[in-house]
Design a protein around this ligand. Structure first.
Ligand SMILES: Nc1nc2c(ncn2[C@@H]2O[C@H](COP(=O)(O)OP(=O)(O)OP(=O)(O)O)[C@@H](O)[C@H]2O)c(=O)[nH]1
Ligand SMILES: [Mg+2]
Length: 370
């Protein structure tokens, strides 16, 4: 509509975003819809969006416009925003319907947002290939109606990647591209496997840092190995696996690997694209499962991680649980409730990757298990 297109021309530099979620009645998720919107907000601001409002609605299930008509009216009366981000993966139809119900405003879902975060963070050529693969697979069923919308908007959240460059691309070309990326990833993987199997054949065991995003894996990596990887207070700082060698007290060598973090509702297309990376955890002898025990959602994050490890077939690996960010408890005097972690192994330690607490214990355990 003319009114809206005028609005797009005068939009401020930072994208103004409204977050929306549907609270499905009778369903008790690990994250309440409000908590999940907080996480969605962190993801949004980590790629430069400004959250101007959060809305949620109780429904039996999301309908053909995701939200009900009342909420849509409310949104249409609230003009001062650029983008609506929904906290679930929308079907292509839901997305189209929602866009037209909102008179052409940009509509994204959790998956598109996470893809954007990943596109922002990918550093290595393999990481970029995996993100591109996931973006293309996400776009494939959404081709219709997507291109004009991307063309009009130019840059911003959710528009990076293949959108701008392949406006004219039809499904067949997109499929070809997907196949090309897949074989490129295979190639990179084969090279890395040769490199890795050389190291494993030299008898050097691998210990892999795993866990929910922002738990402190990379801070550990840097402290243990001087790897100098990015560790920041934002979701998905790490995308690419980094491996470094250290020497233990017994003078034996061990490889420490830092991996991509986990998140609830991780889009299936991303799980598939990153499967190769995550499956490499299979090569490791030991897992160091890092948990941010200062996070109010620590126990839900623990459950999501456990579930993901089961799916990847790595839940039986010898594991050291690092209950991290213990320094935050020492300063606020609060008690730690271990009961919240179902089936936590006895092999846990309290750590602060930031303040260097628990390292000696961790290294001793690694030496014993390696
Ligand atoms: N207070 C405190 N903060 C910590 C500790 N460990 C990590 N942090 C902070 O937590 C934030 C996230 O740390 P990262 O090491 O990037 O976390 P990560 O698990 O690698 O996160 P992703 O790569 O995003 O999956 C950073 O701001 C760290 O400084 C800790 O023991 N105590
Ligand atoms: Mg990291």
């Amino acid at each position: 509509m003319a009114k809206n297109s005028k609005f797009f021309h005068t939009k401020p530099k930072k994208e103004r975003v409204i977050l929306a979620s549907v609270n499905v009645s009778g369903h008790r998720p690990l994250w309440s819809h409000k908590e999940s919107l907080v996480e969605l907000g962190n993801l949004t601001s980590s790629v430069g969006g400004v959250v101007v409002s959060k809305i949620s609605q109780n429904l039996k299930k999301p309908n053909h416009t995701y939200l009900g008509s009342g909420k849509l009216e409310e949104l249409n009366s609230f003009k001062d925003f650029d983008t609506l981000i929904c906290d679930d993966e929308l079907t292509p139809t839901q997305q189209r319907n929602l866009e037209s119900a909102l008179n052409g405003k940009k509509v994204l879902d959790r998956t598109a947002l996470i893809l954007d975060v990943f596109a922002n963070r990918a550093q290595t050529s393999e990481g970029r290939l995996q993100v591109e693969l996931a973006q293309n697979e996400y776009l494939l069923p959404r081709l219709q109606g997507q291109w004009t919308h991307l063309e009009r908007l130019g840059g911003g959240i959710g528009t990076r990647g293949p959108g701008e460059t392949q406006i004219e691309t039809d499904r067949r070309l997109l499929r070809n591209r997907i196949n090309t990326i897949k074989s490129k990833i295979e190639n990179v993987k084969r090279h890395r496997n040769i490199y890795q199997s050389k190291r494993t054949s030299e008898g050097i065991p691998i210990a892999t840092l795993v866990g929910y995003t922002n738990a402190g894996k990379s801070t550990f990596m840097n402290a243990l190995t001087n790897a100098n990887v990015i560790a920041e207070n934002r979701p998905f700082s790490t995308l690419d696996t980094v491996t470094r060698q250290i020497t233990l007290k017994s003078r034996r060598k061990i490889l420490i690997s830092d991996t991509v973090g986990l998140i609830q509702k991780l889009p299936s297309s991303l799980v598939a694209a990153f499967r190769a990376t995550l499956e490499e955890i299979n090569l490791s002898k030991i897992l160091i499962h890092v948990i941010d025990i200062s996070d109010p959602k620590a126990s839900a994050q623990w459950q999501i991680a456990q579930k993901t490890f089961q799916d990847l077939g790595i839940s039986d690996k010898p594991t050291i649980v690092a209950l991290n960010k213990i320094d935050r408890f020492q300063s606020n005097g609060k008690e730690i409730d271990l009961e919240q972690f179902d089936n936590i192994p006895t092999n846990y330690i309290y750590t602060s990757a930031l303040k260097g607490i628990g390292f000696e214990d961790l290294l001793l355990k690694l030496d014993y298990m390696a």
